[in-house]
Design a protein around this ligand. Structure first.
Ligand SMILES: NC(=O)c1ccc[n+]([C@@H]2O[C@H](COP(=O)([O-])OP(=O)(O)OC[C@H]3O[C@@H](n4cnc5c(N)ncnc54)[C@H](O)[C@@H]3O)[C@@H](O)[C@H]2O)c1
Length: 311
């Protein structure tokens, strides 16, 4: 075989591909449980949106704990699962201090308060992962002004507050606590929907485009502080936010069709976003700044076309 025909013979059939997907996901989950290497040793971190049992925030909190963070301030609007998260971290990583807070990530007093608390209690703030977000699944017609403003408030205003108060706290030095220079990493959860159209409702996509813009604009304003600010743009990840879609597809026997629009041909899991959030939080990314980083299996990179397979 040669030329375009060659591309047809290489990929697995749908059933085999789905089997491969499930075993790849199992492998990634197993790697996630490997012992930590202290990448966040001594770092004081805030994470918002940690309450969902299957969420990106919870997976990241567990990973930051595994990597030896000194103190995690973990915030969610919904307090239901916060005690479980705290107990899980403390039983596995007893050296890590954990403070959970029930609060709205878009509330100015709550965000300025948690930043001040980190400075008061630990004398430093190193990482702010502003991850809380919502999606309301509406069409243009059914999106009310209230819906639109609430999506913008929770998704975009919350990250602005994280940048405003997080960067201010990261500019405080404290040699007695090992922080003799300003600096830190602010990570904002945007979305593929904030990079390209067609991956979410109008209000959600607009809010996530705002998140991407906030990171780029803020990076320059924070020049020469060694505070880096980047966004993560997840593709389709199985979490509390998307769980109903996955449950429905499994019930119908069509789970293997999920995630077929990206080149990897599968959905992602929260651990894969957490790994990227660890990279951005740690010194491994010391020269990465002002970027919108897609973690989406290639969804935002390409039209879904292969030569020879036009239809
Ligand atoms: N799951 C995906 O496919 C996907 C794709 C792209 C982007 N994202 C983004 O990832 C982030 C995390 O979402 P997830 O997928 O883990 O969903 P999730 O629903 O599992 O977790 C989101 C968490 O944020 C919390 N939250 C919502 N509003 C809040 C507020 N005002 N204050 C504090 N906490 C609040 C929720 O209670 C929940 O615990 C969100 O910003 C979301 O938009 C998700």
């Amino acid at each position: 075989m040669s030329g375009y025909d060659n591309t047809r013979s290489k990929t697995a059939g749908p059933e085999e591909h789905y089997k491969n997907t499930l075993s790849r996901i199992e492998q990634i989950q197993a790697q996630f449980k490997a012992p930590g290497t202290g990448k966040l040793k001594g770092k004081v971190c805030i994470i918002t949106g940690v309450g969902s049992l299957k969420g990106i925030g919870r997976a990241t909190a567990l990973l930051y704990a595994r990597e030896g963070a000194q103190h995690l301030y973990l915030l969610d609007f919904d307090e239901t699962n916060l005690p479980n998260l705290k107990e899980t971290i403390q039983s596995q990583y007893p050296a890590v201090k954990v403070t959970t807070l029930q609060a709205d990530a878009a509330d100015e007093a709550a965000i300025s308060g948690v930043c001040e608390r980190a400075i008061r209690e630990e004398g430093r703030l190193d990482v702010f992962f502003a991850n809380a977000g919502i999606v309301l699944v509406n069409t243009i017609e059914s999106t009310t002004v209230t819906n639109f403003m609430e999506t913008m408030r929770i998704n975009a205003l919350s990250v602005f507050l994280a940048v405003k108060y997080g960067s201010s706290a990261m500019q405080k030095t404290n040699p007695s606590k090992g922080k003799d220079r300003t600096g830190g990493s602010i990570i904002l959860t945007a979305s593929t929907a904030g990079i390209r159209s067609g991956a979410g409702p109008v209000d959600y996509s607009a809010s996530k485009a705002a998140v991407n813009s906030i990171a780029k604009t803020s990076a320059y304003q924070l020049q020469k502080t060694d505070i880096r600010i980047n966004t993560l743009c997840p593709g389709l990840i199985e979490t509390g936010m998307t769980g109903a879609t996955f449950d429905y597809a499994r019930k119908r026997g069509t789970a293997g069709k999920i995630g077929q629009l990206n080149p990897l041909g599968r959905h992602g899991i929260p651990e894969e976003i957490a790994n990227a959030a660890l990279f951005l939080a740690s010194d491994d990314s010391s020269y990465v700044n002002g970027q919108n980083i897609a973690v989406d299996g290639g969804l935002s990179a390409s039209h879904p076309v292969i030569p020879g397979r036009w239809s």
